[in-house]
Design a protein around this ligand. Structure first.
Ligand SMILES: [Fe+2]
Length: 141
């Protein structure tokens, strides 16, 4: 599927960098950057800070601003924050705990002019004590 910029997107209407090693200014302004531990334990709370505009400042004006950001573990929704125009900065720290294995954290940031942008951060989820969890989503413990 092609997004509004005429580029291939993985998710309907969601933008990702064409070449992550050579970002355009548009990509730098919109890409959510996730700071989180590389490795977390199941059920243990950790911080995931997500910022839009870290690579190149995004406007924060009434006509052009980041409206919201959602955090996922793979496809599982974790949290969302909504911002107002001009009075907020698109940076937030979530406190989350993962109960099942996940391969990555995903952040969807939505700009009112340029659509939704996806940032990713690989994460390894281990059982307390350092072992890889073996139970599947929805399986009894
Ligand atoms: Fe924008």
């Amino acid at each position: 599927m092609m997004n509004s910029l005429g580029r291939k997107s993985l998710l309907k209407g969601t933008n990702e960098p064409v070449d992550p090693r050579n970002l355009s200014d548009l990509e730098k302004r919109h890409l959510p950057v996730i700071d989180a531990p590389d490795r977390v334990e199941t059920g243990k709370c950790f911080e995931a800070t997500v910022e839009v505009g870290r690579l190149l400042a995004h406007p924060a004006e009434h006509q052009h601003f980041i409206q919201y950001l959602e955090l996922y573990a793979d496809d599982t929704f974790l949290a969302r924050v909504d911002w107002t125009a001009a009075r907020t900065c698109p940076k937030v720290t979530f406190h989350v705990a993962l109960e099942v294995p996940a391969e990555e954290l995903r952040a969807n940031a939505h700009c009112n002019m340029h659509g939704t942008w996806l940032g990713r951060k690989a994460v390894t989820v281990v059982e307390a004590g350092g072992h890889q969890p073996t139970r599947a989503l929805g399986a009894a413990p």
